[in-house]
Design a protein around this ligand. Structure first.
Ligand code: SF4
Length: 237
């Protein structure tokens, strides 16, 4: 089975536990204002690869994976190509490679059962904790990622919640407390990661001739990030 891939990262340490081979899948239906990969949006972009080829590439780095590492499918939104993602993960399990899905969760959890049955960990981007911010700055309803989380929880798959912290939108203690409230409702969540909003992607928007919606916002102050991470307690890892 073939899927469209934007790019690969051989030895990633930011997208899931341990050292990971990361495949960024092409295509995303959302339009997050903070998106740093607008070049992954086009569903017809990228390059086609066979699922076996992705696993073959990942397996080359097996000696670096150790006990925790493995493969991560990121994007774009990997669930847009859920059959392909399921096939990659199925073969990974045959090869004894740990699988991690990095997703916005803006997908029907039940339709994603084929992927989830081979998923060892989900990295779920809860982009905001207020429904109106979801509608304004993401382009989907907040109930979608929450319903997805429900489906993942029912399957007892370990989850890391992630959120990009964006000054003036969600860089407050109240927001992080709301995120903690969400985490506590789902026993599958064992970790929360707060990631600073970055503007290094501005040049991609310039090259594509489109406006970076959050280009006018500053990056967060590292001290504020430390303060917010302290609120996470044991979820901060
Ligand atoms: S879900 Fe990810 S790839 Fe899609 S628009 Fe949002 S940040 Fe970008």
């Amino acid at each position: 089975m073939k899927g469209r891939i934007h790019s690969f990262q051989s030895l990633g340490t930011l997208d899931g536990p341990g050292v990971r081979f990361v495949a960024f899948l092409q295509g995303c239906p959302l339009r997050c204002g903070c998106c740093h990969n607008p070049d992954t949006w086009d569903v017809n972009g990228g390059t086609e690869y066979e699922a076996e080829e992705i696993v073959r590439r990942a397996a080359r780095y097996r000696s670096y994976f150790g006990r925790e590492g493995g493969i991560t499918l990121s994007g774009g939104e990997p669930l847009l190509q859920r059959d392909f993602a399921a096939e990659v993960f199925r073969i990974c399990h045959e090869e004894n490679i740990h699988t991690c899905l990095d997703t916005s969760g803006c997908a029907d959890g039940e339709k994603c059962a084929s992927v989830l049955q081979y998923t060892d960990r989900v990295l779920l981007d809860i982009k905001y904790t207020l429904p109106e911010q979801y509608e304004q700055h993401v382009g989907c309803k907040m109930r979608q990622p929450l319903a997805f989380l429900e489906a993942v929880n029912a399957r007892k798959i370990s989850v890391t919640l992630r959120q990009v912290i964006i000054p003036s939108l969600n860089d407050t203690q109240e927001n992080v407390l709301r995120l903690l409230d969400i985490a506590k409702q789902y026993p599958c969540v064992d970790k929360i990661e707060l990631l600073p909003f970055r503007k290094i992607c501005q040049s991609k928007y310039d090259m594509m001739g489109i406006v970076f919606p959050f280009g006018h916002l500053p990056e967060p102050d590292p001290k504020q990030m430390d303060k917010l991470r302290k609120v996470l307690g044991t979820y901060g890892g």
